[in-house]
Design a protein around this ligand. Structure first.
Ligand SMILES: CC(C)(COP(=O)(O)OP(=O)(O)OC[C@H]1O[C@@H](n2cnc3c(N)ncnc32)[C@H](O)[C@@H]1OP(=O)(O)O)[C@@H](O)C(=O)NCCC(=O)NCCS
Length: 182
């Protein structure tokens, strides 16, 4: 397996390791960071289980799931987590998901992260389509994806089941032939 290391200007992406569980728990275990996700905040042991699944998926051939630690390249610490999942029936297309530690929010890091994920998907993986689904009320995710060049495609009704019931999603996407790296 070739491990992912993909660096931008102020952020980097790399495969998660077991040592990242507590840094990922700062996102997946946080009430504010999971507010728009379809699950309640995870425990540390649940996050360790997710990391174990990610390591297994990283070894699969062909590889379809990338669970990546988001690195602040200046400080060299893990500030968030990103996922890119290639669809089995549509291998030109992948869904992304992302979350940052709350102490990073509101400084343009999320927008940079979406840009880096698009660059990784198109340039490194040779994908044609990258898409993401957000909660209709997730304004920071909406603005980060729009600013990074992911257009709004429409609404999937009752896309996910959350602890509060069914929730619609708004889909954003970028296509390789209309994308320009910024
Ligand atoms: C979504 C997320 C990654 C955005 O990260 P971020 O670093 O705050 O994003 P940015 O600083 O690049 O901000 C993106 C836009 O949202 C705006 N914004 C950020 N926080 C905001 C807030 N609380 N209220 C309103 N607007 C906000 C910014 O001003 C910016 O708008 P602009 O492009 O017009 O300047 C972050 O909020 C997060 O990790 N949320 C929890 C996980 C999540 O919801 N993931 C998305 C799943 S689809």
């Amino acid at each position: 397996m070739r491990r992912v290391v993909y660096n931008g200007e102020r952020l980097g992406l790399r495969d998660v390791t077991e040592a990242d569980a507590s840094a990922l728990h700062a996102v997946y275990g946080d009430a504010a960071a999971t507010q728009h996700m379809p699950f309640a905040p995870r425990s540390l042991s649940e996050v360790a289980g997710l990391v174990a699944q990610a390591l297994e998926a990283a070894a699969a051939e062909p590889r379809r799931l990338y669970v990546l630690a988001v690195i602040d390249t200046a400080r060299r610490d893990v500030i968030g987590v990103a996922r890119l999942h290639i669809e089995a029936d549509h291998p030109h297309s992948a869904e992304i998901g992302f979350g940052l530690h709350p102490d990073q929010w509101g400084r343009g890091v999320g927008t940079d992260l979406v840009r880096l994920l698009l660059s990784f998907g198109f340039k490194q993986l040779g994908l044609h389509r990258v898409w993401g689904a957000r909660s209709p009320s997730n304004l920071p995710a909406q603005l980060a994806m729009l600013t990074a060049g992911m257009v709004e495609e429409g609404r999937i009704r009752h896309h996910v089941h959350t602890p509060n019931g069914w929730r619609d999603s708004i889909v954003h996407s970028a296509l390789q032939d209309e994308w320009t790296e910024r």
